[in-house]
Each structure stands twice: as structure tokens, then as C-alpha cells.
Design a binder for this molecule. Structure first.
Ligand SMILES: [Zn+2]
Length: 155
């Protein structure tokens, strides 16, 4: 395996694409979380404006105009029913006190590189664990189906 500085232009591009995809999927950067709130119901001077939502770790996760659900990019907590007086940090803390981002309670610009990388590691681990659990659940379901088929064939 070559070191990063030994990669060819093509390999470098491939690695860069993977990192970009991962970043897009996991909404690690505030900028991507801001972009997710396309038709957010509150304007910029309200407490739960797009910027404040994104700063507090949320990105839009709803799938219709009436759905105001937002999800935390670190802990995965989904919150909906937002009101203009809601403070995203306060709501985040109230509903997910153990979230690593809540415990840091700092926006992206105020994090040190070490804290940011620590957060990335945590998110990626969480993401992989969730992916694994989904696959595991699907696998178990499949096994149960096969077992049922085998059972029904015994008489
Ligand atoms: Zn969280």
C-alpha cells in the first residue's frame, strides 16, 4: 500500500472522491448541513434559523413540505415539531444529552483540529456500526424466512 504522497493522480482522485462522498453522506461540514434546509420554515433572525440549526449539528431529514424533522450528524437523534422560539442547542441537549457534539457544545469554527478529527472518528464508527446492524437485521430476517420455508416442508 503506497503512502498518500506516493499515490498517482488517479488514485488520489479516487481517494478524494471517497472522502467527499463520506463527507456528503455524513454531513460532517456545517456548510452541507446548511444546504440541506432548502425550504426551512423559519427565517434567519429566528432562534431556529437554518444557520443555528446547522451550528447545533442538525441537518434536514424530512421528506415532504409538512415534515420539519431534522437529524443530528453525530448522535442521529431526530427532532421535529420545531417552533420559532426553540433554541436548537437547548433542544439538542434536552433530547440527547449524551451526544458528543452536545458535550463539546461548540460550532465547527470553534473546534480544534484534534477535536474535529476525534468527532469524525466517532461519526464514522457510529455510521459503520449502524450499517452493520442494518445488514445484520436483514440477514437474521432472511435466515428466519429460510427456516420457515424448511419448517413448512416438513410433514
Ligand atoms: Zn447529537
Amino acid at each position: 500500500m503506497p503512502a498518500i504522497h506516493e499515490l498517482s493522480a488517479e488514485e488520489m482522485k479516487r481517494a478524494s472522491n471517497i472522502v467527499t462522498t463520506l463527507g456528503d453522506t455524513l454531513k460532517i461540514f456545517e456548510e452541507l448541513r446548511i444546504k440541506s434546509f432548502e425550504n426551512w420554515q423559519f427565517d434567519e433572525n429566528e432562534k431556529c434559523s437554518v444557520l443555528e440549526m446547522a451550528r447545533a449539528g442538525f441537518y434536514y431529514s424530512g421528506n415532504s413540505k409538512d415534515d420539519d424533522s431534522a437529524i443530528c450528524f453525530v448522535c442521529g437523534k431526530v427532532l421535529d415539531g420545531w417552533e420559532n422560539t426553540d433554541d436548537p442547542w437547548m433542544e439538542h441537549q434536552k433530547h440527547s444529552a449524551n451526544c458528543k457534539f452536545v458535550q463539546m457544545r461548540r460550532s465547527e469554527d470553534d473546534l480544534t483540529l484534534e477535536e474535529f478529527l476525534d468527532l469524525c472518528e466517532h461519526i464514522i464508527k457510529q455510521f459503520l456500526t449502524n450499517q452493520f446492524r442494518k445488514k445484520e437485521a436483514a440477514f437474521i430476517k432472511r435466515i428466519e424466512k429460510i427456516r420457515d420455508i424448511l419448517k413448512s416442508q416438513q410433514y
